[in-house]
Write a protein that binds this ligand. Structure first.
Ligand code: SF4
Ligand code: SF4
Length: 364
């Protein structure tokens, strides 16, 4: 098997001391208990693929893809090994060798054919009473917000209340789902170039996102693929945190879930808390694991679609951590969907609330 993507991580992989600190934080390890399901095990498998000492059989494919790319192992790793980059490189090489998971293949095919991972055929803009127009501020809706939840309506309503001149764009999937599961550079560039052309055409200078996955893809992965962006990607909460927002009271006990791709990957922790602090009568309490220590919801990295059982168990655990509150809020639509799955699995009464919808409801 060729290991073009893994080659660049050879030195990095041999610096793993096998200390096992990554075991103390890995949500997949917590549920599976396999050493091959934690960062050091995945690194050993990837290294074995690189040197040809390990055959890429079904069990190797299973372990390499059984990870939501939450990056908590990187945070905990004393050697600061880029564990998620290694996992994604291994996936890229496995996939190039024809060894990937059927669910992920369908997802990539849907993105390339329909512009979204769900295989939806309706153009996402047709559901909105808006058309793209030249503007400095753009809103990238994202596939989950367009087809699975209604966050887009809340974003548009907030921007209209604030009197902003903004535009939507004739977007396709940002490419994050395919990048996470081993999509090739050529496949990623098909969607990346489409989106960049649309952004350029409209003269957008600031592009806002609610989905943590789309935001991370634009902020960190697009520059790796194409270099300078020529516009600024911002999470909507970063944008809103700088505004003078006036809210109606919300007398409820609320906690906040940090999406991994917004927090640990992209470093956005303060903006959501700054906004929540402004809500009168809110009783805000952090979960025990918060900010960079937050546990994953289990939804990302292609885990939810390929391994729904593991993904649901992880989401259920996160919900159990939040049960002291009436409401758990988070700005990522994908986390909202997965936390709701976890809530059903553990039979919790907590309300999972999209933070963008909460802001829209309370904004005066
Ligand atoms: S924490 Fe880092 S160095 Fe230690 S076993 Fe895990 S990946 Fe290797
Ligand atoms: S990224 Fe998260 S789930 Fe994957 S190996 Fe690291 S800690 Fe475990």
């Amino acid at each position: 098997m060729e290991t073009k993507a893994l080659d660049k991580y050879k030195k990095e992989m041999v610096t793993c001391t096998l200390c096992g600190f990554c075991k103390s934080v890995c949500p997949v390890f917590e549920h599976k208990g396999w050493d091959s399901s934690v960062a050091r095990g995945r690194i050993l498998l990837a290294y074995g693929l690189l040197t040809g000492e390990i055959e890429a059989d079904d069990s190797v494919v299973d372990r390499i893809f059984h990870c939501p790319t939450c990056n908590d192992c990187y945070r905990r790793c004393p050697s600061k090994i880029k564990t998620v980059e290694i996992v994604e490189a291994a996936r890229k090489d496995l996939r190039a060798a024809g060894l990937s998971l059927p669910k992920h293949e369908t997802m990539i095919k849907n993105i390339l054919e329909y512009g979204n991972p769900y295989g939806e055929t309706e153009n996402r803009l047709e559901k909105l009473d808006l058309k793209p127009h030249p503007a400095k501020l753009g809103y990238f809706i994202g596939c989950t917000s367009a087809y699975r939840v209604e966050t887009n309506k809340a974003v548009i309503s907030i921007l209209e209340k604030l009197g902003e001149d903004f535009t939507i764009l004739d977007e396709v999937c940002c490419g994050s789902p395919m990048k996470r599961v081993g999509g090739s550079d050529d496949e990623q560039l098909q969607v990346v170039n489409h989106n960049l052309d649309e952004i350029k055409k409209l003269g957008i200078e600031n592009l806002i996102f609610t989905c943590a996955g789309c935001f991370k893809m634009f902020k960190l992965d697009y520059p790796e693929l194409i270099g300078e962006l020529g516009f600024k990607p911002m999470h909507f909460l970063e944008y809103l945190a700088e505004k003078d927002l006036k809210f109606k009271p919300y007398p409820h006990k609320v906690t906040y879930h940090d999406p991994c791709h917004l927090g640990r990957h992209a470093g956005v922790y303060d903006a959501p808390r700054k906004i929540l602090e402004k809500i009168p009568e809110i009783e805000f309490q952090e979960m025990e694991k918060n900010r960079e220590f937050a546990t994953c919801c289990g939804g990302g990295g292609g885990l939810r679609i390929a391994f729904p059982e593991t993904s649901g168990e992880i989401a259920g655990e996160r919900i159990k951590n939040a049960e002291f509150a009436e409401v758990i809020t988070t700005p990522c639509p994908f986390c909202v969907v997965n936390l709701n799955t976890g809530k059903e699995l553990v039979g919790s009464k907590i309300e999972v609330k999209d933070m963008i919808e909460l802001i829209d409801e309370l904004l005066e």
